[in-house]
Design a protein around this ligand. Structure first.
Ligand code: 2AM
Length: 189
């Protein structure tokens, strides 16, 4: 079985920009689990544990959708959180740029997967790059630091999303390891 998701990966330039941001944030708010910048990605669909046949179907979905979409431009937006203001669960960086393209790509992925028998995600798509996952309530100092950094302008980083990656997730300690199994270029000119 393969724990699988479909995602957009990041070019090294953007990954390195976020690496520096995460290093700074780690010094400011050390008590949360910041992600390894190597694994940063925009999830399009999380599929869970798949047998080989289902993994093949998910790969075909990625290939089919990528074949009829064009590359588009994205840029980093500000920081945000999931969860309540007092008990955030996830700290993420948002996305701007040709977001309508991203939304239509994700909708096409969701439709193609549903047509292949995958259950639909109930929650609406909220595109983001997860920077930290928070397991315990934050101290007041950490909440104050988080409120400050939320208002900082995002680092300047623009890139072209040009492929859907079929990703494997291994739940290792201390952090999950994500590996691309295949890439499907967005093929329309
Ligand atoms: P996250 O970044 O917001 O945590 C691999 O786990 C990727 O799939 C992560 O980017 C994660 O989103 C996303 N994902 C979506 N739903 C998930 C779920 N139910 N369990 C684990 N990961 C999920």
């Amino acid at each position: 079985m393969t724990r699988t998701f479909l995602a957009l990966e990041l070019p090294d330039t953007v990954r390195n920009t976020l690496r520096r941001r995460i290093e700074r944030l780690t010094r400011m708010i050390p008590e949360v689990r910041w992600v390894d910048p190597e694994g940063l990605h925009v999830t399009l669909a999380f599929l869970g544990e798949l047998d080989d046949e289902k993994l093949d179907a998910a790969t075909q979905a990625a290939a089919t959708v990528a074949g009829v979409h064009a590359p588009f431009s994205l840029r980093l937006a500000g920081l945000g959180t999931f969860g309540s203001a007092h008990a955030p669960r996830v700290i993420w960086v948002g996305l701007a740029g040709e977001k309508a393209h991203l939304l239509s790509l994700q909708a096409a992925v969701a439709d193609d997967l549903a047509a292949r028998g995958f259950p639909r995600e109930e929650r609406p798509f909220s595109p983001h790059l997860t920077l930290a996952r928070i397991k315990r309530p934050l101290t007041d100092d950490a909440l104050a630091a988080l409120a400050r950094v939320r208002h900082e302008p995002p680092p300047d980083a623009t890139w072209r999303a040009d492929a859907i990656a079929v990703m494997k997730s291994e739940l290792l300690r201390p952090a999950a390891r994500y590996t691309a199994l295949s890439h499907w270029p967005l093929a329309l000119p």
